[in-house]
Design a protein around this ligand. Structure first.
Ligand SMILES: Nc1nc2c(c(=O)[nH]1)N[C@H]1C(S)=C(S)[C@@H](COP(=O)(O)OP(=O)(O)OC[C@H]3O[C@@H](n4cnc5c(=O)[nH]c(N)nc54)[C@H](O)[C@@H]3O)O[C@H]1N2
Ligand SMILES: Nc1nc2c(c(=O)[nH]1)N[C@H]1C(S)=C(S)[C@@H](COP(=O)(O)OP(=O)(O)OC[C@H]3O[C@@H](n4cnc5c(=O)[nH]c(N)nc54)[C@H](O)[C@@H]3O)O[C@H]1N2
Ligand code: SF4
Ligand SMILES: [Mo]
Length: 769
């Protein structure tokens, strides 16, 4: 299919009632429909037969883990996993002719959908200063150009190396090694915009920024909370795990501002009951909470636990655990007792009865897990909220016991692994020392720039070189207009990518596209087939092997690109065997095993089917905090302040998108079809605001420095969103998130807490055309 034939689906909104169940047969047909629109039946079959199988391809979608090898289904994937992998395995190609035909200015007018639909990138391209088009460049020249720019910078800290969580462990380890050998810790990553608040809160209180539970724990828990998360769309196979929890007699409480279909009922597509029956109810109780009300909810639950203990001393709290393993409980208790019902009910929008019902369930449950995602982390008080959840778990010893613990559900398939490999602007000195010992150079000790601070630095001219790996920085980041200007100010922007995206059309003076192999492509080096490794959300590390012929003969693997760039830039000073790394990924894993704790004997252990598990010390009740104990915290009661006449906007994912890339303008479970520029608002709020359902508005965000940001032409849909909130899709709405609007402590953009007003406008003629 040529680019001329790919058209944006016109916005032509139709609305059906939100679904009350997820998956079932439609999921299977939708997955196949998208896949077969991208590639042949044979390639679709090849990817689907291999996805998430012990010797196959790790799903490039989310980080939800697979069951142990013996317990895996033949079809161990979900609708969206099938879409993600076949979006990569597409037969469409972006060639040099394409870039000759389309100027960069023209490409920049195209939608994210259109750019992605062009297919796989096939050869390296360069945009020279002042040029209007990308033109082909050989790999050697490309590395020469990059190395020259890097060597010309006044300081290594003028360079930024962005990593997104699709990158595999081996390449991530090499990228951070290169950045540090070059002299900077400027390693912003997608985690900065994702689970940074979780990592911060957990490291501070439990001593490690990772979740503590396994799939088995989920299956055998008495009570699982799913808070601020939409698993039906974003982690679909989590529903099979929750179904198992229910089968084993456990309960589920869902907390969300939207009644998401996957939280209500699940029809397992691989079981006859799931196809023809009514499916399994998931949430035993659904808390339709106000946006940003979760801190208040958990403070109320904690206060109720303390009061229950007062009423029946020695029966509610786990005193032995608290005494032996924690600090700060007295201060915490004193503080949380000051929280009032009046404030809690206002902040949560829930009733006292609802909260007491949850409390009763908590008292009955010996093993409790709390799962969460972006509905908590991307709020201004995301860190205090997660800390309060940890207080909640600590009170009854729900840490370090089977069936209990913390479960931040990660996004990208290897986002957790990339951090483990050292992609973080603030890696602890211990890690830097281990690098020094292994490679014989001294990594810089001062912290680097994260995503938000990186944008500030580019905007202010303090950073001039940007290399992005495996993501779409320009669209993933907040304040799109500011970010785009920041990128355009760079001397050079370059991206190691599989597919075309906005980050390629918003360029520095010089720009490079460095096309690479994807997860599904076979990777041969020196005639020997290589595999890569990833770590999922539950700390299982395993191999992934591509199965398809590479999308183009000109592609290099990520490992090869990074190794060659590093060698070209650094030469042999310090001596790092880049060529050896490129030729045999096992030699990278040997180094990882000597630098990264838990990876001892990496090559042998990852060769086993299913790989290996990285133990979490928390499960042995070992807490690597300064005191050696888990820490109770006292968190100020806060709720978002939304001025009269305004709403709190969350920017979220539709069912048919992968982060910055959308596949179709539909959000089936929410009943939104054929349109993305929609804003979901509670009908009672619309009535208060005097705005009609289906009217057209601009979304205007107001920031406390008086600045306003505008996203034009959204159709209003009356929807059961919690009172005072609104929801619209990312990345179209990133333009509304002020760069300075970040979560306390973690610096994560507040993508779920943007104060907006709706400004009615005329329907434009183009809109209805
Ligand atoms: N198909 C698909 N899968 C994906 C992705 C994708 O784009 N597409 N992205 C991947 C990535 S990188 C990530 S990080 C994850 C994201 O997974 P999620 O966190 O599930 O993603 P979001 O779409 O941002 O949804 C946030 C959820 O939080 C709820 N919410 C918002 N504000 C609040 C609040 O104040 N309180 C509560 N209790 N709930 C709230 C929203 O209603 C919504 O259900 O998904 C991963 N998986
Ligand atoms: N407003 C708002 N903003 C958000 C969020 C939000 O909820 N609201 N969520 C945030 C979150 S949680 C995240 S994680 C970020 C996501 O931000 P990113 O991870 O930066 O964005 P993606 O859309 O996943 O990146 C897609 C691109 O990755 C490249 N790619 C795909 N596979 C491969 C591969 O195997 N190798 C290489 N080298 N390239 C590949 C393709 O070129 C594709 O175009 O966005 C954040 N931004
Ligand atoms: S749940 Fe996540 S990892 Fe599993 S198949 Fe679906 S998208 Fe892929
Ligand atoms: Mo994410």
């Amino acid at each position: 299919m040529s680019s001329a034939e790919i058209e944006d689906p016109a916005d032509d909104l139709s609305v059906t009632p939100p679904k009350t169940w997820a998956t079932g047969l439609p999921a299977v047909t939708h997955a196949l429909e998208y896949s077969l629109g991208q590639t042949s039946l044979r390639r679709t079959a090849l990817t689907l037969l291999n996805i998430n199988q012990p010797k196959g391809i790790d799903c490039p979608g989310c980080a939800w883990p697979e069951p142990a090898p013996g317990k895996r289904h033949m079809n161990e994937y979900c609708e969206n996993g099938a879409k993600h992998i076949n979006d990569e395995a597409t037969s469409r190609r972006v060639t040099r002719d394409f870039f000759r035909e389309h100027s960069i200015a023209e490409l920049d007018t195209k939608s994210d959908y259109w750019l992605n639909q062009q297919g796989r990138l096939t050869e390296p391209m360069v945009k020279r200063p002042g040029a209007t088009h990308y033109e082909p460049i050989g790999w050697d020249d490309a590395f020469g150009l990059l190395a020259e720019e890097l060597k010309a910078l006044a300081s290594p800290d003028e360079a930024l190396f962005y990593v997104s969580g699709r990158l595999n462990n081996e390449a991530a380890f090499l990228l951070q090694l290169f950045a540090r050998a070059y002299g900077t810790n400027n390693l912003p990553d997608c985690s900065n915009m994702c689970h940074e608040s979780s990592g911060f809160a957990m490291t501070e209180t439990l001593g490690i920024g990772k979740g503590s539970v396994s799939l088995d724990d989920i299956h055998h828990s008495d009570l699982v909370f799913v808070v601020g998360q939409n698993p039906g769309t974003n982690h679909p196979r989590m529903l099979s795990a929750l179904e198992e929890t229910k089968r084993n007699g456990g309960r589920v409480i869902a907390v969300n501002t939207l009644p998401e279909a996957g939280l209500m009922r699940f029809k397992h597509p691989q079981r006859p009951r799931g196809v023809i029956g009514r499916g399994t109810p998931i949430a035993d109780q659904f808390l339709h909470i106000r946006a940003g009300g979760d801190l208040a909810l958990f403070q109320a639950l904690n206060r109720l636990l303390l009061e229950a203990e007062d009423a029946a001393p020695g029966t509610v709290l786990d005193h032995d655990f608290i005494e032996a393993h924690t600090i700060g409980s007295a201060d915490f208790a004193e503080h949380v007792r000051t929280v009032s019902w009046e404030h809690v009910l206002e902040a949560t929008g829930l009733t006292r009865e609802e909260i007491k019902r949850v409390h009763a369930q908590v008292l009955k449950s010996k093993k409790i897990i709390v799962c969460w995602a972006m509905g908590l982390t991307q709020h201004k008080h995301g860190v205090p909220t997660i800390r309060e959840i940890i207080n909640f778990l600590l009170l009854r010893g729900n840490i370090g016991r089977p069936g209990a613990g913390v479960c931040p559900v990660r996004g990208h398939s290897n986002v957790q692994g990339d951090r483990t490999m050292g992609v973080w602007e603030k890696m602890p000195q211990k890690f830097l020392d281990a690098l020094e010992k292994e490679f014989g150079f001294t990594p810089p000790a001062h912290h680097g720039l994260d995503a938000v601070n990186g944008i500030h630095a580019m905007y202010e001219g303090r950073a001039k070189f940007f290399l992005g790996v495996a993501g779409n920085f320009v669209r993933a980041t907040p304040d799109s207009a500011v970010t785009e200007e920041a990128m355009r100010k760079c001397r050079l922007t370059a991206h190691i990518s599989t597919k075309l995206n906005r980050s390629h059309t918003v360029c520095g003076d010089t720009a490079l596209i460095l096309p690479t192999l994807g997860r599904s492509d076979r990777d041969f080096q020196n005639g020997v087939e290589q595999f890569i490794t990833v770590e999922d959300s539950m700390s299982d590390v395993h191999a992934s092997r591509g199965k398809l012929p590479p999308a183009s003969p000109h592609l290099l693997s990520e490992v090869a690109i990074i190794s060659r760039l590093a060698h070209r830039t650094l030469g042999d000073e310090p001596f790092i065997p880049w060529e050896q790394f490129e030729g045999d990924y096992g030699t990278i894993r040997d180094r990882i095993s000597r630098v990264v704790p838990g990876f001892e004997d990496f090559n042998a252990r990852v060769a086993k089917p299913g790989g290996f598990h990285l133990p979490n010390p928390v499960n042995e009740r070992v807490f690597r905090t300064p005191s050696g104990k888990a820490v109770f915290t006292s968190n100020e009661f806060t709720m978002p302040h939304v001025p009269e006449g305004h709403l709190l906007l969350q920017t979220l994912r539709s069912h048919d998108q992968w982060n910055t890339v959308w596949y179709a303008p539909n959000d089936r479970y929410r009943g939104i079809h054929h349109a993305r520029r929609v804003v979901l608002v509670n009908p009672a709020d619309l009535a208060d605001l005097g705005i009609a359902d289906r009217s057209v508005v601009d979304l205007v965000s107001v920031w406390h420095d008086g600045t306003e940001r505008r996203a034009e032409h959204f159709e209003v849909v009356g929807y059961p969103a919690s009172r005072g909130s609104a929801a619209a899709y990312y990345p179209e709405t990133n333009v509304l998130v002020p760069l300075d609007s970040v979560a306390d402590f973690s610096n994560c953009p507040t993508s779920k807490g943007v104060v907006i007003r709706l400004e009615p406008r005329e329907r434009s003629a183009a809109w209805d055309a």
